[in-house]
Design a protein around this ligand. Structure first.
Ligand SMILES: Cc1cc2nc3c(=O)[nH]c(=O)nc-3n(C[C@H](O)[C@H](O)[C@H](O)COP(=O)(O)OP(=O)(O)OC[C@H]3O[C@@H](n4cnc5c(N)ncnc54)[C@H](O)[C@@H]3O)c2cc1C
Length: 287
């Protein structure tokens, strides 16, 4: 492989530098040079710090999007630049050089959006991609469980079909900003027999979860500086009504797809495994 920069690469760097030179100082003057944290202490400081950080990141992402610098890997038709690997490297170098602010929807821009582009139906793309791009809707990614970290295929949170709905049971952990997210991409086990059959890579399905569904409980985990950026997310059977009038559509999840989520690139091949979930599993009164 020839590692020399092409003319396109050099032009990419020059254009990005010019954009940052023009827009970053103004942004920093308005929003401050650093992100806030919960280090001020006191009850709720972690949540306040994260809320301010997210507001700042939302605004920065919007400005990047206006300049077509938010989602460089997305197709041009979706506001991207179809950047090459070298251009990704240049992007990282330039952003690090100016210590650019974080963005609001890192999971959405870098992982979930590209997966929706690759695997989603046109309706799903229209529904979700604009909100990811312009920072209207925050997304979290729900993969890790207490017994399924590096060994992701060991995940045990179940989603069992019940009519048109799914009854979801289990726990996720370390889910970044789940309590702030409007939507979440969750990997759930739709074949609960797979692990005991010795086929744990099978029977896992990707769900787009409406995080405003009553019955999803997010418990923030406070970190060493007092921030509350990560959550445990609980789904409990008690929270699921017996029915069944959702629009959920079943399709087998595919493990190669899940691998694409963790690597940030989509594998070639199969059709969309996306399942929009019902808002029908609800928290009983008083919980
Ligand atoms: C900043 C941050 C943000 C995160 N955000 C999210 C999120 O938004 N959504 C989400 O789903 N998860 C998230 N995670 C969780 C993260 O993806 C998990 O921590 C990761 O999957 C590893 O799982 P674990 O922590 O249980 O470690 P473990 O799987 O217990 O691994 C612990 C150590 O053992 C090593 N190890 C494990 N198995 C083997 C093996 N077979 N052979 C050799 N070594 C091994 C690992 O490399 C590691 O060093 C986040 C984590 C961090 C740090």
């Amino acid at each position: 492989m020839d590692f020399a920069y092409t003319a396109d690469d050099l032009a990419f760097r020059e254009e990005l530098r010019a954009w940052l030179d023009e827009h970053l100082p103004k942004f920093l003057a308005e929003w401050g040079a650093e992100e806030d944290s919960g280090a001020e202490g006191g009850e709720g400081a972690g949540r306040r710090g994260i809320a301010r950080t997210q507001a700042r990141r939302r605004e920065w992402q919007r400005r990047l999007h206006e300049g077509r610098w938010a989602a460089i890997n997305w197709p041009a038709s979706w506001g991207g630049r179809e950047a090459t690997p070298t251009q990704n490297l240049i992007y990282s170098e330039e952003m690090a050089r100016v210590r650019a602010p974080g963005i609001f929807n890192a999971n959405g821009i870098w992982q979930i959006g590209p997966m929706i582009i690759r695997w989603g139906t046109p309706e799903q793309q229209e529904r979700w991609l604009p909100g990811i791009l312009d920072a209207d809707e925050h997304w979290c990614q729900g993969f890790t469980e207490p017994e399924a970290g590096s060994d992701l295929a060991n995940l045990r949170t179940t989603a069992v079909r019940d009519g048109d709905a799914y009854v979801v049971n289990g726990q996720k952990i370390w889910i970044t900003t789940a309590h702030l997210a409007r939507w979440g991409l969750f990997l759930l086990r739709t074949d609960p027999t797979a692990i005991e059959r010795g086929a744990k890579h099978e029977g896992i399905t990707a769900f787009v979860v409406d995080m405003e569904t009553p019955g999803i409980e997010c418990r923030p985990i406070k970190d060493i500086v007092g921030d509350e950026m990560f959550d445990e997310v609980f789904f409990t059977e008690r929270a699921c009504p017996p029915t069944a009038d959702s629009a959920a559509r079943a399709r087998a999840g595919r493990w190669p797809w899940a691998r694409s989520a963790t690597s940030g690139s989509a594998p070639p091949g199969s059709p969309s495994p996306w399942l929009p979930t019902s808002r029908r599993w609800s928290r009983p009164p008083g919980r």
